[in-house]
Design a protein around this ligand. Structure first.
Ligand code: ADE
Length: 362
């Protein structure tokens, strides 16, 4: 087993050597002024490298220096920006150039705090300028880097939530090659662009494939995880353990689940689904099925405090299950359920949800 620090060192070494040998000679990698990095990264947030190159050349030709961009009219900038969409980015670029000229004498600042003051410069662009242009030891994480890190370390933290993103930035910081921050950060981006592709990654060509946990587990195509924008709806499942006391021992009621959902064909206790709200007296009294069931029971006693509750997360649902107890002295008529001995329950397949509830009362 490699220690974490020697694992990181090995990754840095292999990645750096690979970058030196295989990186694309992209125009903004040739003349590395901070202005060129700013320009290229703002453009590349809007478009792919192939298309971005044309825009980059046209901008550099029209505005060779940050002073030229600062003096341009907004119309001139937007005309060149045309086709990239999201025009506020073009406007921000010009305003950033004006601040760089007025407050920093035309040279992009070298601290994260100062860079963050520039319009349109977020954490990614800031890290790109500090590391690519000034070779300062700051991490930077774009879509490529999220993908590479999530696979290399088989991380299931979502890349589209603030909490998940903090994990990746912290990891990028820990993994950073502080001797060669520019080469290292660009290496991660390049690896994501050329090898660690979103679909069908070229793991056979990967310089750090030997260290890749996702590859070892065979899950590289399932990563990274996005939580997505789907709203997770609550679903309240209220189960009733109807305990029937009798001479032959305690019995209970179960029924095979109807309907074609994930629990289709499994057995369950009498159930009231109270939609997106917890069970209330109103729901109880309005549920016809439940009233019919109660009518079959002799001297039923309903316990309003659940015996157990359990929360269960599915992809689009947060399920809140409760198990309520109803005790009774027998049956006055045959309910629409199977009556089984309590100890027989283990011969029936229940949803895991119900098993968890039962685990909690045992
Ligand atoms: N995508 C975003 N920034 C990039 C860069 N500097 N090089 C290659 N691809 C990129």
């Amino acid at each position: 087993m490699l220690s974490v620090s020697s694992l990181y060192r090995s990754i840095q070494t292999e990645l750096g050597a690979w970058y030196d040998a295989y990186h694309r000679p992209l125009p903004w990698r040739q003349a590395v002024s901070a202005y060129h990095v700013l320009l290229s990264e703002v453009i590349l947030q809007q478009t792919r490298v192939e298309q971005g190159m044309g825009y980059y050349h046209r901008f550099i030709e029209a505005f060779p220096s940050v002073e030229d961009l600062a003096q341009a009219s907004e119309d001139e900038v937007l005309l060149l920006w045309q086709g990239l969409g999201y025009y506020s980015r073009g406007r921000n670029l010009r305003r950033a150039a004006q601040i760089i000229v007025s407050d920093y004498g035309g040279e992009l600042p070298r601290t994260p705090e100062e860079l963050s003051r520039l319009p349109g410069v977020g954490p990614y662009t800031r890290g790109a300028i500090l590391s690519f242009a000034y070779d300062l030891p700051y991490p930077t994480v774009d879509g490529n880097v999220y993908r590479v890190l999530s696979r290399l370390f088989a991380l299931s933290d979502p890349i589209d939530t603030p909490a998940g993103q903090r994990v990746y930035w912290a990891l990028a910081e820990a993994l950073l090659d502080r001797q060669h921050p520019s080469r290292h950060n660009q290496g991660l981006i390049e690896l994501g662009a050329l090898v660690c592709l979103p679909r069908r990654p070229r793991c056979g060509e990967c310089p750090v494939g030997d260290y890749c946990e996702a590859r070892r587990q065979g899950v590289q195509e399932q990563l990274p995880i996005k939580q997505g924008r789907t709203r997770v709806l609550p679903r309240y499942m209220n189960y009733f353990l109807v305990r029937i006391e009798g001479e032959g021992g305690t019995r209970c009621l179960i029924r095979r689940r109807q309907g074609r959902d994930i629990w289709h064909g499994l057995y369950e206790y009498p159930l009231i689904e109270s939609g997106e709200e917890p069970l209330s007296v109103e729901v109880l009294s309005e549920t016809k099925d439940f009233a019919q069931l109660i009518a079959c029971l002799r001297s039923p006693r309903f316990h309003p405090v659940p015996l157990a509750t359990h929360a269960h997360r599915l992809s689009h649902r947060q399920i809140y299950a409760s198990l309520f107890l109803i005790e009774c002295a027998g049956l006055t008529s045959t309910p629409d359920y199977q009556v089984i001995a309590e100890e027989e329950q283990s011969s029936y397949a229940f949803p895991v949800l119900i098993q968890r509830l039962l685990d909690k009362i045992r």
